[in-house]
Design a protein around this ligand. Structure first.
Ligand code: HEC
Ligand code: HEC
Ligand code: HEC
Ligand code: HEC
Length: 181
């Protein structure tokens, strides 16, 4: 009983926190990030992401395996079910106003699923100032996620849960900015 209560509190605080942080930031979709994050010099984060399963997370819900899992739960189409989409696409369940016209759910678990909605931080000046530590990313909606953020999806609620180990999982999707010489 006590545990349930504490968890409830944590979620309430989290919900309030994300509401306060969310402001009017909108999800803009991965193509916008690609413009600046696809060259070798920048670290080609877009290319790296494309090679990860996150980029296929929506498509995965159309596979025979997904349909089989869904069927057992009485779900007809996993690509249309809250119970699956909540972890397989970016920003699921948030109000319509949070999504710019350029956003596509089909992009799966995109950059903004981890870094927050990009409408305000996507400009060159803001990005450079954040990176240089001149301004706080959070003020523009940028999130630098940690392990706790991963486990909002990588947890036992996933029907195919594989034990999550941050170090090994992160190594598979790491996308650093190359050091300047
Ligand atoms: C107009 C160009 C531009 C766009 C568009 C852009 N970025 Fe950036 N971003 C940069 C630059 C420049 C840096 C600084 C690092 C560097 O020099 O490569 C940066 C840095 C970052 C960082 C590191 C911040 C830090 O403090 O370490 C993250 C995370 C990031 N971008 C994510 C994104 C995401 C997600 C999108 C799309 C929603 C995006 N960016 C769109 C240019 C851009
Ligand atoms: C919004 C939900 C979500 C978040 C947040 C998230 N993931 Fe994922 N991740 C997924 C889904 C869904 C898949 C499976 C996609 C598929 O197979 O189509 C996945 C797959 C992966 C895989 C591939 C696993 C395999 O079976 O090979 C790795 C590695 C991974 N994630 C690492 C991370 C790390 C590290 C973080 C945090 C920095 C993270 N993920 C955050 C949803 C998420
Ligand atoms: C709590 C978040 C979450 C929910 C809800 C969720 N998934 Fe996933 N899904 C993941 C993650 C994370 C992965 C990567 C493998 C894992 O579970 O560690 C994944 C992977 C998959 C895979 C790829 C198989 C594999 O072994 O990697 C399929 C298929 C899948 N999910 C189907 C579904 C279906 C169908 C639903 C709805 C009934 C669903 N998922 C709901 C998080 C979730
Ligand atoms: C599954 C979660 C996840 C996704 C998806 C994701 N990132 Fe990241 N990203 C991270 C984490 C975790 C870090 C490291 C944060 C830290 O160092 O504190 C990071 C760091 C970065 C950095 C800074 C790297 C450095 O060396 O300073 C940039 C730039 C970046 N991401 C851009 C992107 C772009 C662009 C996309 C989409 C093409 C993307 N990320 C997708 C989790 C993610």
């Amino acid at each position: 009983m006590k545990k349930v209560f504490t968890l409830g509190m944590v979620f309430m605080v989290l919900a309030l926190f994300s509401f306060a942080q969310a402001g009017d930031f909108q999800y803009i979709g991965v193509k916008k990030c690609k413009t600046c994050h696809n060259s070798k010099k920048s670290g080609a984060q877009f290319k790296i992401w494309m090679g990860t399963k996150h980029a296929k997370a929506y498509e995965t819900l159309a596979t025979a395996e997904a349909k089989e899992i869904a069927k057992k739960k009485g779900i007809e189409d996993p690509q249309k079910s809250d119970q699956c989409l909540k972890c397989h696409v970016t920003g699921y369940g948030q109000p319509k106003e949070k999504f710019a016209a350029s956003f596509k759910m089909e992009e799966g678990v995109g950059c903004e699923a981890c870094h927050g909605p990009g409408s305000k931080y996507k400009s060159m000046k803001v990005m450079k100032d954040i990176y240089a530590g001149k301004v706080k990313g959070a003020e523009y909606g940028l999130v630098m996620p940690d392990e706790k953020h991963c486990t909002t999806c990588h947890n036992e609620e996933s029907p195919t849960y594989k034990k999550f180990d941050f170090k090994t999982f992160w190594a598979k999707i790491a996308h650093p900015v190359p050091e300047k010489k």
